[in-house]
Design a protein around this ligand. Structure first.
Ligand SMILES: [Zn+2]
Length: 104
């Protein structure tokens, strides 16, 4: 798959895509489950962080997950993490199957 873009425009809002080499935790961004994060979105900062450890497919899955958060936030919709994961995975799968994002 192609590399992640440096900026992703969601509903007219450009989000800077920041790549991190390792998962992260820390007080501010620690998830409720206590897991280390591989993706995060700053709704005020307008940035999306993606961990680049693991295969590129995982980076895209994380980016799509955060895009769904951006959309649901803008639309003031509530969507659980599980639903966000499912929605993002199916959307990405649809895009890949239809060769909108080409696999190598
Ligand atoms: Zn999430």
């Amino acid at each position: 798959m192609i590399k992640l873009p440096k900026v992703i425009n969601v509903m007219g809002i450009p989000y800077r895509v920041i790549l991190k080499t390792e998962p992260w935790g820390g007080e501010k961004h620690f998830s409720k489950t206590g897991k280390m994060l591989v993706g995060d979105i700053g709704f005020i900062e307008k940035d999306i962080c993606v961990c680049t450890k693991g295969p590129i497919e995982a980076h895209w899955a994380t980016l799509f997950h955060e895009i769904i958060h951006a959309i649901t936030s803008e639309l003031r919709m509530k969507m659980s993490e599980d639903d966000t994961n499912r929605f993002a995975a199916i959307l990405l799968d649809t895009i890949v199957r239809n060769k909108i994002i080409k696999e190598k």
